[in-house]
Design a protein around this ligand. Structure first.
Ligand SMILES: [Mg+2]
Length: 235
């Protein structure tokens, strides 16, 4: 009896499917004669964030005002909030032990702090508020926070000042490039340093960065999280 009911339901669904599809509100346009610039720039930004565009150096001139609007408006904040909500949802599932070895790695620039005002006004790095909220949540959850940045050792003092001034504190380690590493790509440098951490027994649960080179390579954290940055690309 149950089997015949299930068969009836399946037949009904299959018969109804064309009608359901035809009532869909999603339409895929087959042709466009005029390309809206903001739509193009949104597509360009998506290709950057997904790394489909690969290496690039300059925001296309036609997208300069789009990027300015994106960064200064609600969209950048919303994209960041969604990314950090995803991180928090995952972090909350991790069983954090008492040995201090459960680690989360953060990049610094454009991940914890923003240099946008620097580029515009030559001022100091400023806070990305969503990042700070997540950073503090991770500390409450008991994670060991490790900062891994492409900045050099010569910038240690100013980096610490930037971080403290914007509200970050109590990280376990701040890793910067030493003199022998200054010509390494970010990918090579960061992979090497993650390997050292793994060798020390750290469990690399999560890694957050604005560049794919902050995240990929070997070893990789169990989960990686890309935060938005449509301004530049580092390999
Ligand atoms: Mg960065």
């Amino acid at each position: 009896m149950a089997a015949s009911k299930a068969l009836f339901s399946l037949s009904f669904l299959l018969c109804s499917l064309p009608a359901i599809i035809s009532q869909s509100f999603i339409r895929i346009p087959s042709d466009r004669s005029v390309v809206d610039n903001d739509i193009y720039c949104e597509s360009w930004r998506l290709s950057v964030e997904t790394n489909n565009s690969g290496k690039w150096s300059l925001v296309p001139s036609s997208c300069a005002s789009y990027v300015e609007k994106y960064m200064n408006g609600d969209k950048f904040l919303s994209d960041s909030e969604v990314a950090f909500d995803n991180m928090l949802a995952y972090a909350a599932t991790v069983e954090v032990g008492s040995d201090g070895k459960d680690a989360w790695i953060f990049d610094v620039d454009e991940t914890l702090i923003s240099n946008l005002p620097y580029y515009k006004l030559y001022g100091e790095a400023t806070l990305l508020p969503v990042s700070l909220r997540f950073y503090k949540k991770l500390q409450q959850l008991g994670f060991t926070i490790i900062l891994l940045t492409g900045r050099t050792e010569s910038q240690r003092t100013v980096t610490v000042q930037n971080l403290l001034k914007t509200g970050y504190s109590h990280w376990s380690r701040l890793i910067l490039r030493n003199t022998t590493e200054k010509n390494d790509t970010a990918l090579v440098f960061k992979s090497r340093r993650r390997a050292e951490l793994a060798k020390e027994g750290y469990k690399l649960h999560g890694c957050s960065g604005d560049q794919w080179s902050d995240l990929v390579g070997y070893p990789m954290a169990k989960r990686i999280f890309k935060v938005p940055n449509p301004l530049y690309y580092l390999s």
